[in-house]
Design a protein around this ligand. Structure first.
Ligand code: G3D
Ligand code: MG
Length: 179
């Protein structure tokens, strides 16, 4: 898989494409980033905040933070929004109870001026879990088809194995140059 990742990342070229990875705590954000790290095509910079991580992939910046229960930090989220081209929203597909919170956060982000040009990739993670919601169910619950002002794509994945992650990145690369 390393080679595939390397190829995909090289498609990003030398330009800077800022990506933020968001989702509730326990959704699998760190695991997804770990998959990228394992492929040795990235280097990390030190943690820049208690719940914000930065990863640089050939000049592509990922800023990641957990949004669950971090009420006190919410007012500063928007400082990370400017110039964001991609939002990766990681959903725990087994966590039915908190999908409504994810939905709220998604629409709050989409309404933010600094994210008006951002494309959204939703990872329906933990597809290996028995009884999990499918990407289609999550899509329906999040009413993704109602989103007209942002390009969006939902991809089922399993961060533990890395399955589905490449397809998500492929969609992102396909968006570059479209806007
Ligand atoms: P976060 O960074 O979004 O808070 P983490 O989430 O990446 O820390 O993952 C939270 C827990 O979910 C971890 O378990 C992790 O191993 C697990 N997890 C992440 N992705 C998957 C997946 O695709 N399938 C399954 N079954 N589990 C996953 P622990 O036990 O370490 O807390
Ligand atoms: Mg984490």
């Amino acid at each position: 898989m390393g080679l595939v990742f390397a190829k995909l990342w090289s498609l990003f070229g030398n330009q800077e494409h800022k990506v933020i990875i968001v989702g509730l705590d326990n959704a699998g954000k760190t695991t997804i980033l770990y998959q990228f790290l394992m492929n040795e095509v990235v280097h990390t910079s030190p943690t820049i905040g208690s719940n914000v991580e930065e990863i640089v992939v050939k000049n592509t910046h990922f800023l990641m933070w957990d949004i669950g229960g971090q009420e006190s930090l919410r007012s500063s989220w928007n400082t990370y929004y400017s110039n964001t081209e991609f939002i990766i929203l990681v959903v725990d597909s087994i966590d039915r109870e908190r999908l409504s919170i994810t939905k709220e956060e998604l629409y709050r982000m989409l309404a933010h001026e600094d994210l008006r040009k951002a494309a959204v990739l939703i990872f329906a993670n933990k597809q290996d879990m028995k009884g999990c919601m499918t990407a289609a169910e999550i899509s329906t619950y999040l009413t993704l088809s109602s989103i007209k002002d942002h390009p969006w794509h939902i991809q089922s994945c399993c961060a533990l194995t890395g399955e589905g992650l490449c397809q998500g990145l492929e969609w992102m690369t396909s968006r570059i140059g479209v806007r």
